[in-house]
Design a protein around this ligand. Sequence first.
Ligand SMILES: Cc1cc2nc3c(=O)[nH]c(=O)nc-3n(C[C@H](O)[C@H](O)[C@H](O)COP(=O)(O)OP(=O)(O)OC[C@H]3O[C@@H](n4cnc5c(N)ncnc54)[C@H](O)[C@@H]3O)c2cc1C
Length: 461
Amino acid sequence: MPDQKTNHDAKVKTIAQQIRKALAKRRPIHIHKGGVSHFVPLPGDSRFRGEPIDISSLNNILEIDLQQRICRAEPGISFSELVKETLKVGLAPTVVPELEGITLGGAVAGCSVESMSYKYGGFHDSALEYEVITGDGEIVTCSPSKDPLLFNMIHGSYGTLGILTQLTFRLIPAKPFVKLAYKRFDHFEPFERALFQACQSGAPFDFIDAIAHTPQDFVLCLGEFADSAPYTNNYRWLNIFYKSTLARKEDYLTTYDYFFRYDTECHWLTRTIPFMEKRIPRLLFGKCLLGSTRLIQWSMRLKWLLELKKRPDVVCDVFIPSKRFREFFLWYREEFDFYPLWVIPYRIPRIYPWVSDPHAARMKDDLFIDCAIYGKPNSDARIDYSILLEKKTLEFDGIKTLISRNHFTRQEFWTIYHQENYQKAKKRLDPKGLFPDLYEKFHPSQTPCSTKFFRENSASH
Ligand SMILES: Cc1cc2nc3c(=O)[nH]c(=O)nc-3n(C[C@H](O)[C@H](O)[C@H](O)COP(=O)(O)OP(=O)(O)OC[C@H]3O[C@@H](n4cnc5c(N)ncnc54)[C@H](O)[C@@H]3O)c2cc1C
């Protein structure tokens, strides 16, 4: 598609110019990708300050190579738009994050995983090449063989090293339906055994995740692609997916509806507006209020309400090494006690180079359990559950995603993340510190978006 390529190159040049202008003005920036961001809104949020670099035009699929099962696309396309196209030709990405508005660029920079991750790892693990605009406005490509450090450090960089402008990644064969079987357990131990057994290599499943509905009610959800279905259900309006896993033993969904099965309630965040879980309000208002993108838009409009709360609810994913999952859950049951807890097994092909060597040595596992906690109220003056979760995740040798509140000291942070590798990538991709530094971007007590790096470099400009 030569026109697509010319068009893409022109858009990238324009964005590179914006970067060079911001650099000349010595203004810190943030990436404005359009659509909604899957970040927990925080009072006095500093993450979106700085001059916006508008990359919202980068939202096209550039090529789907049917022979090689490879896709080339721009980072702003959402998984929903992408899978609509790939499913037409019987293909799918190896990882499809469950909310319709999550984009390819956000999935790489923010470490997305989902129910195929037990087999394929995170979305980044399917990538073959990235095109990136650096903080100098240079356009570079990197891959596992060309500049592997840059390629791997873009993963989990949360918009602090450069702007991803094009991704090339693998696709897998997909069928039109998914058959789900639900196995129910009333104790953690047999649930954990069944989960680990299902994840063993050679397992016949295409999808594995689980929901702890209560400490005595676990549902393991095992999915397989199917060519046909005796019936299909969908959970886009009156019916609620996570509740259906308690009521049914099996289910059939179209593959598209399966991928976005948690989208309508943004997992179970509508529980904070309890009437939206009731049938009549859903019948009347469901179509205009439900769906992750709308719910996030509403939460942004009502951000001022957050100021009335002592703290925002805990919304966070933590990756716990499987060998410590039991200990983690026993602690979680005693002290956290918030359900549903979403459980997603996640096999990493190797420890990522953004994890520090000492932390990697402690983790020593290839199967992780993503425990996704969506909406624990956190207004109790006696305890800040966000801080507690962060501390315990570290104690259990896990990694916490940075999408919500973060509390680490600088020193603690760099015992988990690989400072040397990060600085090497920063020096190559963003030597003048136009993008915020990873620690500073997510720790509000630090000067936001105006990194020490940037200040030092602009002083010598
Ligand atoms: C309520 C909630 C529910 C979630 N549910 C799921 C889920 O079901 N499954 C799942 O896998 N994940 C889930 N996540 C996590 C989600 O995958 C990550 O937060 C992901 O990063 C969101 O991507 P986005 O496209 O919305 O990007 P944004 O949220 O806008 O950005 C994420 C980060 O990536 C950076 N970034 C974005 N685009 C680019 C680019 N082109 N170049 C460089 N950096 C870029 C941004 O600067 C930012 O730091 C959830 C998060 C929340 C808050």
